[in-house]
Write a protein that binds this ligand. Structure first.
Ligand SMILES: [Zn+2]
Length: 70
């Protein structure tokens, strides 16, 4: 069986923890810039990750943001 895995330590820039649950974390790699939202795997809260500042904040009004894209 073919395994589609990568070495998670290669090119690693750092780690950002979720603001709501510090035990949940995201690994960030070199070359990653800007911001992205991610749902907390524990409480399902939307959090915004800033890959340049390596920080995270709780998101708000995600429904309005998604609506604006459609
Ligand atoms: Zn959470």
């Amino acid at each position: 069986m073919e395994q589609d895995t990568v070495d998670i330590s290669v090119g690693l820039k750092g780690m950002i923890r979720f603001p709501c649950h510090r035990s949940s974390k995201m690994l960030v790699y070199e070359g990653t810039h800007g911001k992205a939202s991610m749902e907390c795997p524990i409480c399902r809260r939307i959090c915004i990750f800033d890959y340049d500042k390596m920080t995270s904040r709780r998101g708000d009004k995600i429904k309005g943001a998604v609506k604006a894209l459609i």
